[in-house]
Structure formats: C-alpha cells, structure tokens
Design a protein around this ligand. Structure first.
Ligand code: HEM
Length: 411
C-alpha cells in the first residue's frame, strides 16, 4: 500500500524508524550453543552410517575404531544438546532478551500435554536419549555390527526429530499448504546444516591419530571422502534452496540487505556461507582427486599423502566458518521487509507511539513458482556437474598414477 495514497496527515511526525537491535550477545550465544550441539549430534551419527562401508573394507579394526570415535563424539554433543535446549526454553520462559532463566517453568512445560510442550520435550529429551543409545558403541568396540547400525539409525532419528521440533509449527498459519511447505523448507535448512556440520566435525576427528591406521589410509579415506562429498553437495543444495525461500519470505529485494538490520545480518551470513563454498570447492576439485590417487604407489601416492595431511586443515577451516554462520543466524529477528515498511510507516506516522503496521505474509504467484523451479534446477544442476567434474579429475589422477607408478618404481 503506497503511502502517497494515504490522506495527507495534518502534521506528519516524521518519527524515527523503530529501532531494530541485534539483541543481547548472550541470547544469541545460547541459541548458537543449542543449534551447534543438536546439529553436531545428528551429523556425527549420519557420518558414522555414511563411512561404515569404507571402514569395513579397511584393515581389520578400522571399522570399530571409526565407529567408536564418531559415536563418542556424538554422545558428548547429545549430552550437551538436551541441557542447551532446556536453557533456551528457560530463557524464553523468563521473558526473553536479558530476562534471565526460569528453569522451573521450562521443566514444567515439557510434555505438559500441549503441542508446544510436546515439541519442547522432544527437543530436550531426544538428544540425551540418543546419547544413551550410542554410549555402548562409544565404550565397546566389540558391539555386533548389526546392533551398532540399528543403534546409529535410532540415534539419527532421535537427533533429527529433536532438531526439527525447534521449528515444527504448532498451528496452521497462512493456510495448510503454506504451513506444510514452510515446515519442509525449515527441515531442509536444519537437516542440511546438521549433516554437513556434523560430517565435517567427524572428518576432522577421524583425521586425528588413532582412528585410521596408516596402512588403511588409502582404502578408507578415498571412498569415505567421496561418499561424504556427495552428502555434502546434497546438504549445500538443501541449505541454498531453503535459504533462498526464507530470503524470499523475509526480504523484498537486495536493497534491503543494506537498508535494514535484518538484511545486513543476512548479508553477512550469505557472505560467510559463500566463503565456505569456496573452501568446499577447493576440497572437491583439488584435494579429493589427490586423495583418490592415495591408493597408487610412487609419486602419486606421496602427493596423495600430502593432500591427506592438508585435508583436515581445510575441513577444520570449513567447520569454523559454518560455526560462524550458525552464530550469525540467531541474530535474524523479525524480517527485512517489515523493518523497511515500519521505518517508512514511522516517517509518515501522525500519532506518537501508535503501533506500527506490519506487512501481510508474501503470497507466491505463478512467477514465484517459476523462479523457484528455475533456481532449484540451477542449484541441482551445478551440484551434479560439480560432482561429475571432480569425479573425472579423480579418475584421471588415478589413471595417471597407475601409468607412472611402474616407471617411478623402476627409477
Ligand atoms: C551453513 C549454512 C547455513 C546454516 C548453518 C544456517 C542455519 C540457520 C539457522 C540455525 C537458522 C535459524 C536461526 C534462529 O532462528 O535462531 C537460520 C535461519 C535463516 N536462514 Fe540459514 N543457514 C545457512 C545458510 C543460509 C543461506 C545460504 C541463506 C540464504 C540464502 C539462509 C537464510 C536464512 C534465513 C532468511 C533465516 C531466518 C528465517 C527467519 O527469520 O525465520 N541461511 N539459518
């Protein structure tokens, strides 16, 4: 609704735009701790399932050591995620920003029969339950493979349900279709981030001494990295597409990335995300093909060893940047389009202190869906081409290595 259409106010107040503070640092640090612990728990378990097959093919004992190390880390994050979620609820129960913690109210609200109570209960209880389920694998290397796999799947389910509960709706808003779609977008955003972050943390932990014996490196790392890179690409696609939808919902044009506090925070988030993708591309197109050649002897194998030593450093940098994205995310309060709208409304306000109007939620038109479909095809296309190219690079390196190995051995 253009303000020029409004009847000329007697004396426009030109009031200052409403303040859009970032909110207390402590509040976002608490939210960050909750997201990080819940995501790392689910992602570490997902990685344990993903790299199980390459670990089984490795030297005897590799599978048990890999599974034990990832389970132990998941247990730690699971035991942190429950209390972190409870602290977040206690903070909300005390009245939000800067208001302290009301643990009694938060605890009483868990599983109190209401939809909110059930979701809060799942958020707090499931990671802890998941941690207890995985504890036997963290403590005993001899646990039967089938039991271990069943516990891992149960732990993963517990972790993802707990994470999803943080953004699962308790009522239908803007129609059932929109509510279901938004919920799906949030699940893509959070699950994609969890599998990616937890997987990266797990790869760094596995690169530390004691999990994969030197003799087993070639047989384990090349297929493990390959498998994770497929999962990581799927996660990046999920985060990007869901992020674009959330962007569409909250931002009316790139100008608001500068003119509003919400937009500036989101802009910083997208920039950091972009730098993670650059590192990920270096991993995908430079390190992975060399790690693939690790199985070859001679020069190629030696270069593969160097790449494998660089790999955890690059992955650790990715972890740090994703944690930074996660730190910025909780500062996204309200929405950019409402902040811009209310700033304008305040300029034209005629009554002091009157509540400023809000914009109705955006409605998707045929062109919105067309754009969305094109973006989805483009993002998936880029991921598939990227995966194929790095696969081709890797196979070329392995062939080259195989061709030069006899000459290198003879010299
Ligand atoms: C590693 C990458 C990313 C991670 C880990 C991540 C994580 C998150 C989390 C945890 C939240 C919820 C924050 C909260 O309410 O406390 C969130 C919200 C949001 N994310 Fe992301 N995100 C990532 C990338 C992106 C990208 C690339 C975009 C945009 C293209 C994006 C757009 C958004 C938006 C707009 C919201 C806020 C939605 C709202 O206000 O309701 N995210 N993200």
């Amino acid at each position: 609704m253009p303000f020029s259409a409004l009847p000329a106010p007697s004396v426009p107040l030109a009031a200052a735009p409403p303040s859009t503070p970032l909110g207390p640092f402590g509040d976002s640090a608490l939210a960050w701790a909750g997201w990080t612990a819940a995501m790392a728990f689910a992602g570490l378990v997902a990685l344990a399932l993903l790299v199980a097959a390459p670990a089984r093919r490795g030297e005897a004992g590799t599978h048990a050591r890999v599974r034990t190390r990832l389970s132990a880390a998941a247990v730690v994050f699971g035991l942190l995620a429950g209390p972190a979620a409870l602290a977040g609820l206690a903070h909300d129960a005390a009245g939000g920003p800067g208001a302290g913690y009301d643990y009694a109210a938060a605890w009483a609200g868990l599983f109190d029969g209401s939809a909110e109570g059930t979701l809060s209960g799942l958020q707090v209880a499931l990671p802890v339950l998941g941690a207890f389920l995985l504890a036997p694998m963290a403590l005993r290397r001899t646990l039967a493979d089938r039991t271990g796999t069943a516990l891992l799947w149960t732990g993963l389910t517990a972790g993802l349900v707990a994470l999803g509960s943080a953004r699962f709706p308790t009522q239908v808003r803007n129609g059932l279709g929109r509510t279901v779609f938004e919920t799906g977008v949030w699940m893509l955003h959070l699950f994609g981030a969890a599998v990616w972050l937890g997987g990266l943390v797990g790869l760094v932990l596995l690169a530390l001494p004691g999990a994969v014996a030197p003799a087993a490196r070639g047989a384990f790392w090349a297929p493990a990295v390959r498998r994770f890179s497929v999962a990581a690409m799927a996660c990046v696609a999920a985060i990007t597409l869901s992020g674009l939808f959330l962007y569409w919902e909250h931002v009316d044009g790139p100008g608001q990335l500068v003119s509003t506090m919400y937009g500036r925070v989101l802009g910083v988030k997208i920039l950091i995300f972009g730098s993670v993708l650059v590192l990920g591309a270096f991993n995908q197109f430079w390190l992975h093909p060399r790690i693939e050649a690790l199985r070859a002897d001679g020069e190629a194998g030696r270069r593969g060893g160097i790449a494998l030593r660089r790999f955890p450093v690059v992955v650790a940098a990715e972890v740090a940047l994703v944690l930074l994205v996660l730190f910025v995310a909780p500062f996204l309060h309200g929405s950019a389009r409402n902040q811009a709208f209310q700033a304008e409304a305040a300029r034209h306000a005629t009554v002091v202190g009157a509540p400023l109007p809000k914009l109705p939620p955006k409605q998707a038109t045929a062109s919105t869906w067309a754009w969305g479909a094109a973006e989805t095809a483009a993002v998936i296309g880029v991921m598939v081409i990227g995966h194929r190219c790095s696969g081709r690079l890797a196979r070329r390196r392995v062939r080259l290595a195989a061709a030069t190995a006899p000459a290198a051995a003879a010299s």
